[in-house]
Design a protein around this ligand. Structure first.
Ligand code: GBH
Length: 488
């Protein structure tokens, strides 16, 4: 049993990488500058397809296209080791295809990468954080089986342009959110809302696209560039509400539908979609009158092609809940909720963020990592996002409370034997929070979105994170002396 006193002196390993995360559409702005093409968020919001709570968009966002030097100054203030950011596909390839490479886009990311390296900050680069070129969406996007070829061609341009300096690659950020939120609902671009069908088609094409990029890296770049290529999933802690067999089975089936359909093809021994979930969707589809399962199949050749194609497992973790079995009759037909129905429960005493979905579950990061470690043993993990939302304001004590608990939980996971290599806070600064616009803030630094200069100011949590990075243990009593930030 660890008392809180002994917790205080548990240190993160010397080679553990600390960082911060961002994503292109959420911070860059400059949506149509210097030859950038339109992406699905530009298109969806400008044409009134997407529903953003505050009617905002990412046209300017934190304007990091112009403010990247200040962003890097903030990273130096914090003392981070690694910066995870994403590339805008349509800034590099305006049509989505590699026929026309936008040199200004290449130059922007060169400036960013070179400035990071100048200060010994390691870039970790995500190729896709939700902003597909609109031209490719018009061809079906992730519903088109050729998506894998388009992604491979894009990845080749990226590896060739930046791989001499970038050694940590992530193909996709959060497959489930891409497919379930973008194709199976109208919460995210392309706002397709074809539940129980398009989300499953997307899942198959996405993992194949991931594997194509990974194999391209291995075959054409890895021996000279010597980097690693992985993928990042959004993983919540989901636990059965009771120890009844029904609750336990309902959670396991749902876990397959939420996560396993993306992770199993890549990380499991047998490959392909998880068996029980595939059987369930096949059965439901037949009951519903479909001539074949709504969940596509993998051929043996495809299974082989996708299996084992990741050097590490990226985890975006925020929170969790208790799940119970339910009959699903209130859900849309077809849908994931109907195929694998569950009801969500969160105790009243869990602290609430300002995001409806995000509550502070005790020891949640360790619960998530321990389970993944058990399922996919010997894999290297990075926590590629972890964070808490507030309204604007610099005194973010509840973010501090959340982070301290998460860091203790990360230390628990390391103690437990999880091969955790690094941790990245979401986010460096406030940004365009997708359907929530600018109404919810995740930043260590506040951004003034009314100010044309998009001034950034450190929150209390920034000082606390800085202290963690300096001491490498969680000091629960630490209070910043003054609120003046500087580069040490
Ligand atoms: C991350 O996803 C994203 O990678 C990042 O871009 C984002 O800014 C960050 O979260 C904070 O939100 O509205 O009830 O349907 C986190 C996982 C899963 C959280 C989907 C929001 C929507 C819940 N996300 N979820 S709901």
């Amino acid at each position: 049993i660890c008392t809180s006193a002994s917790h205080q002196r548990r240190k993160f390993p010397e080679d553990f990488l600390f960082g911060v995360s961002t994503a292109a559409y959420q911070i860059e702005g400059a949506w149509n500058e210097d030859g950038k093409g339109e992406n699905i968020w530009d298109y969806g919001i400008h044409n009134g397809v997407g529903n953003i709570v505050d009617m905002s968009n990412g046209d300017v966002a934190a304007d990091s296209y112009h403010n990247y030097a200040r962003d890097i100054e903030m990273m130096r203030e914090l003392g981070i080791d690694v910066y995870r950011f994403s590339l805008s596909w349509s800034r590099l390839l305006p049509s989505g295809f590699a026929d026309n490479i936008n040199e200004a886009g290449i130059a922007y990311y060169n400036r960013l990468i070179d400035e990071l390296l100048k200060y010994n900050i390691t870039p970790m680069v995500t190729l896709y954080h939700w902003d597909l070129p609109q031209k490719l969406q018009e061809l079906g996007g992730f519903a088109n089986p050729l998506l894998g070829n388009w992604f491979e061609d894009y990845a080749r341009v990226v590896f060739r342009s930046f791989g001499d300096r970038v050694k940590l690659w992530i193909t996709f950020n959060e497959p489930r959110e891409i497919c379930l939120d973008g194709y199976g609902s109208d919460n995210k671009a392309p706002f397709l809302n074809a539940a129980g069908i398009a989300d499953y088609i997307c899942a198959k094409h996405l993992v194949i696209a991931h594997a194509k990029a990974y194999r391209l890296y291995v075959n054409e770049f890895k021996s000279t560039q010597k980097g690693k290529c992985g993928i990042t999933f959004g993983v919540s802690s989901i636990l059965p509400l009771t120890d009844s067999e029904e609750d336990r089975l309902a959670v396991e089936l749902r876990r397959q539908g939420d996560l396993g359909i993306y992770t199993n093809p890549i990380f499991s021994k047998e490959g392909g979609f998880p068996k029980e979930f595939a059987e369930r969707v096949a059965m439901k589809s037949s009951e519903q009158g479909y001539q074949r399962s709504r969940l596509p199949e993998f051929s043996d050749k495809e299974k082989e092609f996708v299996r084992g194609t990741s050097d590490f497992f990226g985890v975006n973790h925020y929170g969790g809940s208790f799940l119970s079995a339910t009959d699903g009759i209130d859900d849309r037909v077809p849908s994931l909720n109907n195929d694998a129905p569950v009801a969500y429960h969160t105790p009243d005493d869990w602290p609430k963020s300002v995001s409806s979905w995000l509550m502070q579950m005790p020891n949640s990061l360790n619960i998530t990592l321990a389970r993944l470690h058990a399922d996919y043993n010997n894999i290297e993990f990075y926590v590629t996002e972890n964070g808490w939302s507030t309204y604007k304001g610099l005194n973010d004590d509840d973010r501090v409370r959340y982070f301290r608990a998460a860091w203790e939980s990360a230390l628990d996971a390391i103690e437990h034997g999880v091969n955790l290599k690094g941790y990245m806070a979401w986010s460096l600064m406030d940004n365009f929070e997708w359907a929530q616009g600018y109404s919810e803030r995740f930043g260590l630094y506040e951004v003034d979105f009314e100010d044309p200069a998009r001034t950034r100011t450190p929150r209390k949590s920034a000082f606390i994170y800085k202290n963690l990075l300096k001491t490498r243990y969680v000091d629960h009593d630490y209070e910043p002396e003054n609120y003046i930030m500087s580069i040490d």
